[in-house]
Write a protein that binds this ligand. Sequence first.
Ligand code: FES
Ligand SMILES: [Fe+2]
Length: 373
Amino acid sequence: MPSSDPQPSPFVDGELERAETLPAAWYFDESIQRRETTHIFHRTWQLVAKQSDLPSPGSYFTVELVGEPLLLTRDGSGALHGFYNVCRHRAGPVAVGCGTRKALQCAYHGWIYALDGRLMSAREMDGVERFDLKDFGLVPIQVAEWGPLIFVNLDPSAPAFADEFADIIREVAEKGFDLGRMAPVERRDYDIACNWKVYVDNYLEGYHIPIVHPGLFQELDYDQYEVVTYRRHSKQYAPVRKASGETAAERPYGRYVDGDASSTAEALYYWIFPNLMLNIYPDNISTNVILPTALDRTLTIFEWFANPEATVDDMQATIDFSDEIQQEDIFICELVQKGLGSKSYDRGRYSVKRENGVHHFHQLMVEALYSDD
Ligand code: FES
Ligand SMILES: [Fe+2]
């Protein structure tokens, strides 16, 4: 039953057979949400932009990450930089929207910053004591690029992206996927009336597929469906069912089974703590970013990228099928949020066979919120 008291660290038993799910109050509590912001979203690598948002030297792009206004730039040499989009004068926006500039002028009183963050000029500040332009550059954040994707990390002491994502980057390269050839195709935003963890919980298990997703159930070999957990990410194995009767081309995932059994084995589905899903196919990838906008409100951003071999029709079929599954997930997640708010419910149990991924996520949540300050 939800309460407004700050939540003590709950015990999520490491043994799946014995464990109970996170307390329902974790999906309603403001103190938990504040801790999630500072301990998780401000400390982990977050996908916030794509290469095409910053295509050339002089490009800038603004974005908000759980309430923090951020600014990405490419300087004259094309090097990527990230900053808080907060002027050192009185916190005005250094840039609005996106575009291309030689320098950035704050929209409030017009201080001018170079694209690498240095403060170049500050109008009418003569006579101000202890004021040196070089002390008032923009506050930087960590940035990283991987294929068409751009990540930031607000924690200056966080491990480098290349280290944190090392296993995934290596595996994707070893399987022959070339993210560098993927160009954006479409973005769809979905606003969902549930806590962000309800959506992540739901993504991390295939247990609901036969009930919630009859269309997807037809496509997958459910018996083979499996979630394998690693330190801070998990991988889903969801083999596509072999075509029977109808031709593979008539099925949403048909082109991945059409005559080439090995291609199905190559699809990779990653969930990366806390809120990123990467779905990687031979000719396209899609990213899902799950962001809390309120305690009971979640924005999910889906983006598709394809290599030149993917046809428009193939991509449209992929996107349409994903949308159908997403609508089914939204329907169930919004009802689960209501259920979690019932005074009749506090904690549940996990299916050992099907919900190890949810258990893994819940353990990581407790660890991230309570292992240190
Ligand atoms: S707030 Fe930026 S110049 Fe004043
Ligand atoms: Fe689902």
